[in-house]
Design a protein around this ligand. Structure first.
Ligand code: G06
Length: 549
């Protein structure tokens, strides 16, 4: 336990669990027009919205959000008296001096160390560059896929601008030997967050599924029609992946990657570290060790990219991205807990490796760093009143930006234009208050809360079974080390009260009789035993599962 005292969780004093939910604000109260609102009416609207959101905050269980605002109000409200904008590169001060880049740099270097990379140094191509996101991990994932696409498409790297004309998306010389040399293909599993379907659309980056259907129609190495995404691991006794843990099927991924690498394509693989519905962790170590021999076999470990006038550079032909939206910010501490006997923490399965320190080798390829980019959200595990996060890659992968806007006094190396300057301060403050030791206790406590919830649900299920419900009636399931537990969807009132996230799943694809309506709870730092008990007591009501069979 940490000696440092911490402010109490920033929750209202009233007894929220039995309180009647405040009415949602009425749209008429918020109608805006040519005239300013009467001051009293304006405050009534804001007061009503605030009371409503306080209640919703105190009952949020269904999403990966830590609602403990950790006294940011006391310490950081002064930064709301100015517009703070980190436009441009985080490590270049730029022309807009009202920026918090000093905090952003500290946050980035903290994650570089946490993810076993070297702190940023533009002269060290292995060091870690990144920036604090103005959206959430959707922005980070989109940026990482954009970086991967252009890196593998042979576009010019940052700093390769010694040419006699502006290097704006200069194309490489198309290798006449391999017409697919600069046509990267993206792979991600069926449990991947929907932001990837959006990102590949925005970037016009072909997935193996799209490119396979368009160019290799009847050649799916898995047999049958091309699947939309890489299959996730199957369930027990050969059951489909709907019964599975939610992690990627590495053997299936290897077959698909082998096929496209064999056709000469460079490869982009995105892996989940805390998948959206099941909280599963893809086995990054197994993927890296399995794919490296394939990359080596097809000349993707080291290749020459040639430009006109005899210019060229050497780079790899593959990119592994880790979507650590959820797990990127707490798994390092779970690993510390498992590795240091002083914490007396014994995980049920090994804590996955995933970061820049992960290296693979083959008999003929010496130790090689395998992860090219990592993302994590700040508003999930850490907790933040506004969206934020970190995207990180290595200096050696940075691309020449599309333009060079002199008027911002910095290179335009990020995704956004204006960038949030408040959230780097929030992330900095969170980190400054939470030592590694404290983080270890927070993350092991979350594991205990997940186990606590699971036991409570199993107890309720036993009661249901004793009154005639079939065995396993509540469909309770938890992937090992996941921060979420999934179970039968309760009635709509309970779903709304606790902001549960729900899905309807055909457990046997194509069989409507196998439909399960499921909900899940994420055990974030703000999911206290009192909150869990209050939720469980709602499930004991006779009608708790009424409007969903
Ligand atoms: C249904 O739940 C969600 O969509 C949540 C976001 C809402 S909770 C903050 N997950 C977002 C997410 C994202 C996108 O992150 P955000 O853009 O920060 O919402 C990327 N990757 C994974 C594995 C995710 O789970």
């Amino acid at each position: 336990s940490d000696t440092q005292t911490f402010p109490e969780v920033d929750l209202p004093s009233q007894d929220v669990w039995s309180a009647v939910p405040p009415a949602p604000p009425h749209p008429d109260q918020f109608k805006l027009g040519p005239e300013a609102l009467d001051p009293a009416a304006r405050m009534r609207a804001l007061d009503g919205l605030n009371a409503y959101l306080d209640y919703r905050r105190d009952h949020l269980l269904g999403y990966q959000v830590n609602e403990d605002m950790n006294a940011y109000r006391q310490d950081l409200s002064r930064f709301l008296t100015k517009h703070v904008n980190n436009i441009g590169d985080p490590f270049q001060d730029g022309g807009l001096k009202v920026n918090s880049k000093i905090a952003e740099q500290a946050v980035l270097n903290y994650f570089s160390t946490l993810w076993h990379g070297a702190a940023y140094d533009p002269r060290n191509r292995e060091s870690i560059w990144g920036y604090v996101l103005s959206m959430g991990s959707t922005e980070g994932n989109m940026y990482a896929l954009w970086n991967a696409r252009d890196y593998l498409a042979g576009r010019r790297l940052l700093g390769e601008d010694g040419t006699d004309r502006p290097v704006l998306y200069q194309e490489p010389m198309i290798a006449n030997v391999n017409p697919n040399a600069y046509k990267p293909i993206a792979f991600y599993s069926q449990d991947t967050h929907y932001s990837f379907a959006k990102a590949v659309r925005v970037l016009d980056l072909p997935t193996f599924s799209r490119y396979g259907r368009e160019h290799y129609r009847d050649e799916n190495p898995l047999g049958g029609p091309w699947p939309d995404e890489v299959p996730s691991e199957g369930g027990p006794e050969g059951k489909p992946s709907t019964y599975g843990p939610g992690s990627i099927d590495v053997a299936a991924l290897a077959k698909l990657v082998e096929f496209f690498a064999g056709k000469g394509h460079p490869i982009i693989v995105s892996l989940n570290l805390g998948s959206t519905f099941k909280g599963a962790y893809d086995d990054v170590r197994q993927v890296a060790d399995t794919l490296l021999p394939i990359f080596e076999r097809h000349g993707l470990v080291d290749r020459v990219v040639e430009y006109e006038k005899g210019q060229s550079d050497r780079r790899r032909g593959f990119w592994i991205h880790v979507d650590g939206a959820l797990g990127g910010s707490y798994l390092p501490f779970l690993r510390m807990a498992a590795e240091n006997p002083k914490y007396d923490y014994h995980p049920p399965v090994p804590v996955p490796e995933f970061d820049f320190g992960l290296r693979s080798a083959t008999p003929t390829v010496p130790s090689m760093d395998m992860v090219s980019s990592i993302v994590c959200s700040g508003h999930k595990w850490m907790g933040s009143p506004m969206l934020c996060g970190v995207v990180a890659t290595k200096v050696k992968y940075q691309m020449q930006p599309p333009d060079n806007p002199e008027y911002i006094g910095s290179q335009d190396t990020t995704f956004a234009g204006s960038r949030n300057g408040f959230t780097p301060i929030v992330m900095w403050d969170h980190i400054a208050k939470n030592s590694y030791d404290r983080q270890v206790s927070l993350t092991t406590n979350a594991q205990r809360m997940a186990e606590y919830l699971e036991q409570k649900l199993l107890g309720l299920q036993a009661q249901k079974e004793s009154t005639g419900k079939p065995a396993g009636w509540m469909w309770i399931d938890r992937t090992p080390l996941a921060l979420t537990v999934r179970f039968r969807r309760p009635n709509s009132a309970i779903v709304a009260k606790w902001s549960l996230s729900t899905v309807s799943m055909l457990m046997e694809p194509g069989d409507p009789m196998s439909r399960r309506d499921l909900a899940h709870i994420f055990l974030m730092a703000s999911a206290t035993p009192e909150k869990i008990d209050a939720f469980i007591s709602d499930l004991h009501a006779d009608n708790a599962f009424d409007d969903h069979v």
